[in-house]
Design a protein around this ligand. Structure first.
Ligand SMILES: Cc1cc2nc3c(=O)[nH]c(=O)nc-3n(C[C@H](O)[C@H](O)[C@H](O)COP(=O)(O)OP(=O)(O)OC[C@H]3O[C@@H](n4cnc5c(N)ncnc54)[C@H](O)[C@@H]3O)c2cc1C
Ligand code: SF4
Length: 467
């Protein structure tokens, strides 16, 4: 067998990780990325399939085979340009996309062995090019029509970038003091360094997008105000920032956070740098996190880095956990304790109103429910208590209702998600488009970006038709 074929059938290139002790004592990025040699070796595992199934698995349809082929030839800048034809945030997506459920699950090499590490290669080229050269800017705004983009998460960033490339005069409005959405305030530094998000936002500025922070559409300005200001179309990418709670006794005690508040304080407001940043976060010695999605893993790993002993409480078994397997593995390596098949019943507090414990009951799995997952059922007389100083609730989130409440003509479904035409992103109001978590409910970065791109095309077609 030739060396080439051996390398194709062999396992994927491993990625170095930050040492365990350095990990839990700081916020440095955990996964360290590929070297040039590793990237080329990994790219050479790709079979360059005639019908690349990997591409079908990508929500934004990146020409995966082509960009990997360019890496195999050492043409990293060209590979980056190839990705950027379809995806303006490769450094982000290479880090946080669930590739194992999207492109990599379809990779032919994965049938008999480990799939080509498409995500790691995407991250490699984006990082490499970012460090080598600034983006080439080929479209300065030429006083095109004005479009407003509300929300600066992946949906808004993708929509604004597509519209700016079409030479629209785009202004992005963001409620927080920094743009980036969940990439900035939710996903922690050790998984997605904020410098990378800032680079991507900077690219938007370079191609002419104006970014106005500290503006809440629905409060500071309404959608009608935007039209009165001369905007001819509006994109709503306001995300799913409204946390759900458990609805159990004691949830209003001090020391109980939504994951959203906890992560925002630490990530965006740099609570871990208190007193340099005057935004402390109280964690104490023992923290419980309820939930087992990516948000729960991020909250647990963040609490660990703030010095606490951390327990994840989840009512099903590890098999059903919705978080990415890689994140679960990293949490285990960091000695987060998993209390699976455990259901929180109530919280206990002290006489000053601070949480001191969480009472749970043990569960067992019964028959599958409508989601196909086995339904957890309580085991009688199985109550137990975990002593805690802090509880972080990470059981999901819904759309923030500020815009929709201020705009009653905007049609929403029973969960408050904006209803759109899937082909164009058009809402019930002419000229107003929407996409991302505010439409789908909490989903993924790449899906939000895909929706932002669809809406950009929808807006472009609408504005052309209006002429
Ligand atoms: C902690 C955490 C970890 C995650 N991990 C992953 C992961 O590993 N991989 C993955 O693919 N996905 C992950 N996700 C999900 C992913 O981040 C989201 O699906 C994605 O960010 C949605 O993008 P969006 O643009 O729709 O909304 P968001 O990213 O939520 O951005 C919406 C923006 O709109 C702003 N906004 C809201 N209302 C207004 C208003 N009225 N006026 C002005 N601005 C407003 C908000 O401040 C926010 O900045 C994670 C989510 C969280 C919370
Ligand atoms: S399916 Fe796998 S092997 Fe085939 S082109 Fe895509 S990444 Fe390469």
């Amino acid at each position: 067998m030739s060396l080439n074929n051996q390398s194709k059938l062999g396992g994927r290139q491993p990625m170095s990780l930050l040492e365990d002790q350095l990990r839990i004592s700081g916020f440095g990025e955990v996964a360290l990325g590929y070297t040039e040699e590793q990237a080329i070796a990994e790219a050479k595992r790709c079979l360059q399939c005639k019908k690349p199934l990997c591409q079908q698995g990508c929500p934004v349809n990146i020409d995966i085979k082509d960009f990997i082929g360019l890496i195999a030839e050492g043409k990293f800048s060209e590979a980056c340009e190839k990705i950027k034809e379809k995806n303006s945030l490769p450094a982000v997506c290479g880090r946080v996309c669930p590739q194992e459920e999207q492109c990599e699950i379809k990779c032919i090499v994965g049938i008999k062995g480990e799939a080509v590490a498409i995500g790691r290669l995407e991250r490699f080229v984006a990082d490499h090019v970012m460090s080598m050269e600034r983006e080439k800017v080929d479209c300065a705004i030429q006083a095109g029509k004005k479009v407003a983009v509300v929300g600066s998460g992946p949906a808004g960033l993708a929509c604004a970038s597509e519209l700016a490339k079409l030479c629209y005069d785009v202004t992005m409005y963001e409620a927080f003091h920094e743009p980036g959405g969940v990439l900035m305030y939710g996903i922690p530094q050790f998984r997605l360094p904020k410098e990378i998000v800032k680079e991507e936002v900077e690219f938007l500025r370079q191609i002419g997008v104006k970014i106005e922070c500290n503006v809440i559409i629905g409060k500071t300005l309404t959608i009608d105000d935007l039209f009165a200001m001369g905007f001819e179309a509006v994109f709503l990418g306001t995300g799913a920032g409204l946390p759900y709670f458990l609805g159990i006794e004691g949830e209003n005690l001090n020391g109980v956070y939504s994951a959203n508040e906890f992560l925002t304080r630490v990530n965006l407001m740099r609570a871990y740098k208190f007193p340099e940043y005057r935004t402390p976060v109280h964690v104490g010695n023992r923290v419980a996190v309820v939930g087992a999605g990516n948000v729960a893993m991020d909250a647990a790993r963040t609490a660990k880095r703030l010095g606490a002993e951390v327990h994840i409480i989840y009512r099903r078994s590890e098999e059903e956990m919705p978080a990415r397997k890689e994140e679960i593995e990293h949490a285990k390596e960091e000695e987060i304790q998993f209390q699976t098949l455990s259901n929180p019943l109530r919280l206990i507090g002290d006489d000053k109103g601070y949480v001191t414990g969480i009472v749970c009951e043990k569960m067992e799995l019964g028959e599958p429910d409508s989601s196909g997952r086995r339904r957890p059922q309580p085991i009688p007389n199985s109550e137990f208590t975990i002593d805690i100083d802090t509880l972080v609730v990470a059981v999901g989130q819904g759309p923030n209702p500020i815009v929709t409440q201020a705009t009653p003509e905007l049609q929403v479904n029973k969960w408050g998600n904006i209803i759109v035409d899937e082909q164009t992103g058009a809402t019930s109001i002419p000229g107003v488009y929407a996409g991302g978590d505010v439409v789908t409910g909490a989903a993924t970065v790449i899906k939000a970006m895909g929706a932002g791109k669809i809406a950009a095309v929808g807006i472009h077609d609408y504005l052309i038709a209006k002429e």
